[in-house]
Design a protein around this ligand. Structure first.
Ligand code: PMV
Length: 329
């Protein structure tokens, strides 16, 4: 915030007003002088969580449902008006175009200036596939909404964020954008046709990183859709929606294994992911599958408290890295 005494600063204020759209507040007699407060330099922060795909990946790109949950790792975005050009300082963001596109679409839609200084902070690495791009998109929309005092509904944030994803990546269901907005565990259908929060309690997962960074958009673009497999995945998603709500972990685990087998048939799993899933099951997990586009990134294993450590060790022995984050937050 810049405070300029009227007597001293009138000329500079007029020049400033001509070149910038700023909010001015007139304070009539503070300390015996008239001041203007220029609404500049106010920093506003917002954050959004990362996500973990539970069931239904790939099929969800083709008008099928999926189930996704959030992770406790978040991306933080700080925005500030600047008199200069747009400046982005986002070292942890894999693709800064998500931030640029968000600013562009936001300023077009809400007719506001996009001379903004953007800084991002993150408490997770973009390599795990936890959706840093979608989280940064959602957090930037939240921050800009706060900065310009524009109230935007969840649906409004989704529509804008999904447009950003499509403009930058060309493909995607939007499940990650919805997850970053709604939090917790949601049932989601392509493009936000359905977004249903699910009350899931005591879901206990081990997350294993394969050590390989997946290229989601390449995998999605290269996948030859197999609608017979997608129909089977849909059935799993509908069944697991019920078993998750009932905390029926035995059924949920079996459905997890079935979902993984279908992803193998689609050709998106890797030897490493398969090895990690097998190791998890052999050491007592109730089920295991890859999570996300495949080709690398993470696998998840459903575990009881008693078996958690054994499953973690066996995933490490299979060459994986355990990622310790809370889920369904
Ligand atoms: O790789 P991830 O975790 O971002 O998941 C991609 C999930 C897909 O269904 C393959 C793509 C999408 O946009 O739904």
């Amino acid at each position: 915030m810049i405070v300029i005494p009227l007597k001293k600063g009138i000329q500079s204020i007029i020049t400033y007003l001509k070149t910038n759209k700023v909010i001015l507040v007139w304070i009539p007699a503070y300390a015996g002088m008239t001041y203007f407060i220029i609404n500049m330099g106010i920093k506003v922060e917002a954050s959004a969580p990362g996500k973990l795909m539970l069931f239904g990946e790939h099929a969800v790109v083709y008008n099928y449902p999926c189930i996704v949950t959030t992770v406790s790792s978040r991306i933080y975005v700080e925005v500030e008006k600047t008199s200069g050009l747009l400046k982005i300082d986002a070292p942890q963001v894999k693709n800064v175009r998500f931030v640029e596109e968000t600013l562009k679409l936001f300023s077009q839609k809400y007719k506001v200036d996009n001379k903004i200084l953007v800084k991002t902070y993150s408490d997770f690495s973009s390599q795990y596939g936890f959706g840093s791009s979608s989280a940064v998109t959602v957090a930037t929309i939240h921050a800009l909404g706060k900065l310009y005092k524009i109230k935007i509904s969840k649906q409004g944030i989704f529509d804008l964020g999904y447009k950003v994803v499509l403009n930058v990546q060309g493909v995607g269901s939007g499940f990650d954008i919805a997850s970053a907005i709604y939090g917790g565990t949601i049932y989601f259908v392509t493009g936000g046709k359905k977004i249903e929060p699910l009350t899931v309690k005591n879901l206990s997962l081990v997350i294993g990183y394969s050590g390989v960074k997946a290229d989601t958009s390449k995998l999605v673009k290269n996948l030859k859709p197999d609608f017979k497999i997608f129909d089977q995945i849909k059935k799993i998603v509908e069944d697991v929606k019920i078993s998750l709500l009932k905390s029926d972990w035995k059924t949920t685990g079996e459905l997890m294994n079935q979902n993984h087998q279908l992803l193998q048939k689609l050709g998106v799993s890797t030897q490493k992911l398969d090895k990690m899933c097998e190791a998890a099951i052999t050491s007592g997990a109730l089920g295991a599958k890859l999570s996300g586009a495949g080709g690398g990134d993470c696998m998840i294993a459903l575990v009881s408290k008693a078996k958690k450590e054994d499953v973690e060790s066996s995933i490490v022995n299979a060459g994986g890295e355990i990622i310790n984050v809370k889920i369904n937050v």
